[in-house]
Ligand binder design. Sequence first.
Ligand SMILES: Cc1cc2nc3c(=O)[nH]c(=O)nc-3n(C[C@H](O)[C@H](O)[C@H](O)COP(=O)(O)O)c2cc1C
Length: 400
Amino acid sequence: MQIILGITGGIAAYKAAELARLLVNRGHRIRCVLTEAGARFITPLTLSSLTGEPCYGANPDQGEWRANPSIEHIELARWADLVAVVPATANILGKAANGLADDLLSTVLLATRAPVLWAPAMNTGMWEHPAVQANLVRLRSFGHAVVEPGEGALACGEEGSGKLAEVASIAEAIQAQGTPKLRSLRDRQVLITAGPTREDLDPVRILTNRSTGTMGIELARAFRDVGARVHLVLGGEAPAPWGVETTRVHSAQQMLEACLARWANSDGLVGAAAVADQRPERPSPEKVKKGEGPETLVLVRTPDILAQLSSVRRPDQWVLGFAAESEHHLEHAMAKLKKKGLDAVLVNDIQGGRGFGAQASTLTPLTAQGPHPPLGPQSKDQLARAVVQWWAQRLEVRPE
Ligand SMILES: Cc1cc2nc3c(=O)[nH]c(=O)nc-3n(C[C@H](O)[C@H](O)[C@H](O)COP(=O)(O)O)c2cc1C
C-alpha cells in the first residue's frame, strides 16, 4: 500500500517513527506529512531516513512541498491508498470534521478519495470534551476509521483516557482499513473458533494440545480486513487481534456454548480451533496427590462443536472446517466433510510436526466435489488471506 502518514503536534509524535518503520518492514510505502506543530516534536530527517521517501512540511516553504507548491497536495492525495493521522491532535480532528484546509495535511485530507484513519492522542479533558467527541462522530459519518486511544499515564501527568493506541494495533487498523472489501463477505457475521481447548484434571493440571491459535487468529484478521464482522471464540493464551470481538474460553464445552450463543446471528462458521476430543471423566476439585502405583485416567468424549453447529444450521449458513491429518489426509478429511455436513474442509498435512505453530504451511481445500489446488506453502497470515479469497469466490457463485 502507499500510505500518507500525517503527524500532528503531540508528545506521541515520536511513536509515529516506530509505526513508519513497522509499516515499511511490512512492505508498504510511507510518505510522512508533518504539521507545523508536529515538526516541533519530530524531525523530517528521522522520518525520511526511516521511510526512504520524502517527508513533507506544513507549508509551501517547508520540506518537499516547496518543489511544486501549486499541485503537491493534489498529487499526494492521489498517490495515497490510505491516509493515516498518527497521532491526531484535537486541532486536526476539528479542522477535518469541518472541512478546513489551511496547511498541507489538512488540504490532503480534504482532497483525497482514499480511506482515512485517525489515531487520536490528547489529555483526558480534551478527549472527553463534547466538541472533540462531536468531531469524531462527524468524521466517522464520512466513513473514516478511528483507533480509539487507550487509558494510562499521560505525558501531562494525568491518568486517564487519551493515550495513543498501541502502535501494533494502529498498524492492524491500517491494514484493515486499506484492504479492498469483498462483496460476498462485507458486513457478514463470521464466527471463528481458534486455539487449543483445555480440559481440567484438577485445579492445577490440564489436558491440552500443541495448537498456538495462530491460524484461526490470522483468519479472523483476514475476514475482518475484507469487511466481515468477526466474532472469535478463542482458547489458549494468544492475544486477541484488534477489531475482532473475542470471547475467551477454556474447555470444549465452553467453546460450544459460546458458539451456540452466536450461531443464529452468524452467516458462517470457520472451525479452526484444535478442540480436545476427550476430557477427564471426573476432574478433581482438589489437587490430586501423588500415588504409589500406576494410575488410570478415565476419559470421556467432549462435544463435537462443528457437527453440532452444522446440524442446526439454516440453508443460508455455511460451515468451514479444518482437518490436521498425519496420514491419508484427503480420505480422512472427505469422511469428516460428509459426516459433519461441512461446505469445505481445509486440510493441513501435519506429518513430521508441520502445521502446529510452523512458519510456512500448505492447506488443501476440499469440497464435496473433491480436492482443489493447494494454497501455499505460505506464512499463516498470507495463507489466511488466500483461504478468504478462495472462499469468497465460492460464495459469489453459491446459491443463497
Ligand atoms: C508540549 C505540548 C504537547 C501537546 N500535546 C498535545 C496532544 O497530545 N494532543 C493534542 O491534541 N494537542 C497537543 N498539544 C497542542 C497542540 O500542539 C496544538 O493544538 C497545535 O496547534 C496542534 O497543531 P496541529 O494539529 O496542526 O499539529 C500539545 C502542545 C504542546 C506545547
